[in-house]
Design a protein around this ligand. Structure first.
Ligand SMILES: NC(=O)c1ccc[n+]([C@@H]2O[C@H](COP(=O)([O-])OP(=O)(O)OC[C@H]3O[C@@H](n4cnc5c(N)ncnc54)[C@H](OP(=O)(O)O)[C@@H]3O)[C@@H](O)[C@H]2O)c1
Length: 298
């Protein structure tokens, strides 16, 4: 049986990664930050030498996009240094490594979906550190390293835009949401299942894009959530990004293409609306513990 190790197992994706592996019957060890700090090279080497996993999925990351602008060295230590430590430890043992990455490696100004081999050009400190993490894995683990880029994640086990909208629908008459950033809302459970399918397939190591299909804006996502909750979508009002001032610029267009999946014989994650509908009861239960039945609640 394949042995899996998940780092960053206390995070939003890491929690669902461990759960998906457990329910698939796999042998999995999940280590949260207290269990394994990926910036500690000796601890990483020791954990992998002792656990002898066949596959490591690195879900750990510095994910505070705005804070990274003023603390790029600290973000780099986790996002690149941590990935490099894991890759180095895996290299000697023939262990496969899945490094989770992001649409922020791209400039975010395209007018067609980014393909897996488009040239990255990050515009934020977070994006630069995540790109350095990708390169650390590809350089140290040729033939064993998978880069799985995702974007616009939501899940039951961490803060997300979707969770915030579910809360605000209950608290405010209207919400103003930016309507000029385009992306693919993606459920952490779908990413976890996609990673498992990828590793269990004969797909070649390399770069894969694990986002839902289709695209929308944050405004479009918020309206969809309100509709699914049984609330009036007109309570969500569009605003431009220029109305919000943030330390890190947000990509106007960061839709990811899915052509690498075809070469692997695997289907990409499906339509974002379908995934959101499936996820909603779990998201509502996480945000409104008194309403465990889930949607509709409006
Ligand atoms: N969320 C998104 O929309 C999104 C979009 C694109 C890509 N991604 C990528 O998806 C992956 C998972 O993100 P997520 O949304 O699940 O983020 P998350 O909830 O912030 O999880 C990241 C986890 O990493 C842990 N961590 C931080 N520093 C660590 C260290 N030095 N050693 C070990 N663990 C450490 C964090 O622990 P603490 O909480 O204790 O700091 C946290 O539990 C990341 O690679 C991220 O870049 C996320």
């Amino acid at each position: 049986m394949t042995r899996w190790l998940v780092t960053g197992a206390g995070g939003m994706l890491g929690t669902d990664m461990v759960a998906a592996l457990t329910s698939s019957g796999a042998a999995v060890t999940g280590l949260d930050r207290a269990g394994l700090d990926v910036t500690d090279a000796a601890a990483v080497t020791d954990a992998i030498a002792r656990g002898r996993p066949d596959v490591v999925v690195n879900c750990s990351a510095w994910t505070a996009v705005d804070d990274a602008e003023a603390s790029e060295d600290q973000a780099l230590a986790v996002n690149a240094g941590g990935a490099a430590n894991l890759a180095a430890a895996c290299a000697g043992l023939g262990t496969r490594l899945v490094q989770v990455s992001t649409d922020y490696v791209f400039a975010g100004d395209a007018d067609r979906p980014y393909s897996e081999d488009d040239i990255p050009a990050p515009r934020t400190a977070y994006g630069r550190t995540k790109l350095a993490g990708e390169r650390a894995v590809l350089d140290r683990l040729p033939g064993l390293g998978f880069i799985v880029r995702t974007a616009w994640l939501y899940g039951a086990h961490g803060p997300s835009f979707a969770g915030t909208m579910i809360k605000l629908e209950n608290q405010r008459p209207t919400v103003d949401v930016v309507d000029d950033q385009h992306g693919q809302p993606t459920w952490t459970v779908d990413v976890a299942r996609q990673i498992i399918a990828l590793v269990n397939s004969t797909a070649a190591p390399g770069i894969y894009h694990a986002t839902s299909s289709g695209q929308t804006t944050w405004f479009g996502l918020a309206r969809e959530i309100f509709g699914l909750l049984g609330a009036d979508p007109a309570r969500v009002r569009p605003i431009p990004s220029s109305a919000l001032s943030r330390p890190a610029p947000r990509p106007a267009y960061s839709v990811l293409g899915h052509s690498a999946w075809a070469g692997s014989g695997l289907a990409p994650i499906g339509d974002w609306r379908t995934a959101l509908r499936r996820a909603l009861p779990e998201l509502v239960a996480a945000q409104r513990p008194g309403n465990r039945q889930g949607a509709p609640v409006g």
